[in-house]
Write a protein of this length. Structure first.
Length: 369
């Protein structure tokens, strides 16, 4: 017969030498498993006489119970030790400041739009808006576009399918239709956000999205534009030039603004011009107000008499001027963004680099952050 006291001492040593819960499980199988040394002692009881079984049975069962208890106690010790080690390794120092949270950024287009509105508001301009989906009259006909003008073709313009009345609406190609809606004196019931007709004098800016079938580094199918319209008596090109010179100086934050008009053609203005501004292109950035280069920055002109007539205004009484800026392009020039398409790519990394903090100190030139 096996000496149970020696077996217990050997098993106790095996259990005590286990340093992990996995090692302890191996020891448990060696002692209490199907072929464990204590289990084998229990199996020998069946071959003993009744007298031997009555004497040895209780001793073997007591040994098994002590082994179960010792294994359970050792397991609790090992689990507590492992927990302490894990807590020490994963401890968080609550006295440290939390990691910074990512804050949203103001998109450059929205920043430039706010700057432009603030500057023109100080010059006395109101704000007008209109629908992105326009009819042919407001987008082309009222603005003196002839029937076969290239801008009406599919390769330039996004036309919608015909409606129930056989009319094809268009995604507006410019914000000029709002000029028509502003000059038209009408009692038509329009939503509150659409510019309603008003009596002259008129002085408004019209920001918004516009759409053209074009895509490259400086053009996208959807872009932002701001047009300006002034209608009054005795208005001339000098008023137009002063307005644009003042805006450009304020926007680019420089008193050294030198501009020139070049003759151009727009269906809705006569005379028409493109305004160039003196700049320096010698480095990686375009510097406004210095250097020997010129850069076209805005299209403009005096409102065409036909446009005034289409809106019910007498061109012998009322005159005016109009101009149009690309908001995204102004942002590229002022803040050094090389590719217009990146502005609409929804890349958070780009926005973190070029975006603006909503909590920054106000810009002294515009009063905006």
């Amino acid at each position: 017969m096996t000496d149970l006291s020696k077996l217990e001492s050997a098993n106790t040593a095996i259990i005590g030498s286990a340093t992990t819960v996995a090692d302890l499980e191996t020891a448990r199988i060696e002692i209490l498993g199907k072929s464990g040394n204590v289990t084998l002692q229990l199996k020998t009881l069946g071959s003993m006489s009744d007298q031997e079984r009555r004497e040895r049975g209780p001793l073997v069962n007591q040994l098994r119970d002590r082994m179960i208890e010792y294994i359970a106690r050792r397991k609790a010790e090992l689990e507590a030790a492992e927990l302490d080690t894990k807590l020490a390794a994963e401890r968080v120092d609550l006295t440290l400041p939390p990691p910074p949270e990512r804050r949203g950024r103001v998109h450059p287009t929205m920043q430039v739009l706010d700057e432009m509105i603030a500057i023109f508001a100080e010059m006395g301009f109101g704000l007008a808006e209109g629908p992105d989906i326009e009819d042919d009259f407001h987008n082309f006909t009222a603005l003196n576009f002839p029937p076969k003008h290239p801008a009406r073709e599919m390769h330039d313009t996004f036309w919608l399918p015909q409606d129930a009345h056989g009319e094809r609406k268009v995604l507006r190609t410019h914000t000029s239709p709002v000029q028509i809606r502003t000059m038209q004196r009408t009692n038509e019931k329009l939503p509150g956000w659409i510019a309603n007709g008003q009596e002259p004098p008129i002085r408004v800016i019209v920001p918004g999205r516009t759409y053209r079938s074009d895509s490259d580094a400086t053009h996208t199918p959807m872009f932002h534009q701001m047009e300006g319209l002034v209608i009054d008596k005795a208005i001339h090109m000098g008023h137009l030039k002063w307005t644009l010179d003042t805006f450009i100086g304020r926007f680019f934050e420089t008193p050294l603004v030198e501009t020139r008009f070049r003759p151009h053609h727009f269906p809705f203005t006569e005379p028409s011009a493109e305004m160039d501004v003196r700049c320096d292109r010698s480095g990686g950035d375009v510097k406004i107000g210095q250097g020997d280069d010129w850069m076209e920055i805005v299209g403009c002109g005096m409102v065409h008499p036909n446009v005034l007539r289409n809106c019910g205004l007498d061109p012998d009484v009322w005159q005016g001027f109009a101009f149009g800026f690309g908001i995204d392009r102004l942002g590229m020039l002022k803040y050094g963004m090389p590719d217009l398409r990146d502005m609409f790519a929804s890349d958070v990394r780009w926005l973190e680099h070029y975006g603006f903090s909503a909590f920054a100190a106000p810009n002294p030139a515009t009063g905006l952050s």
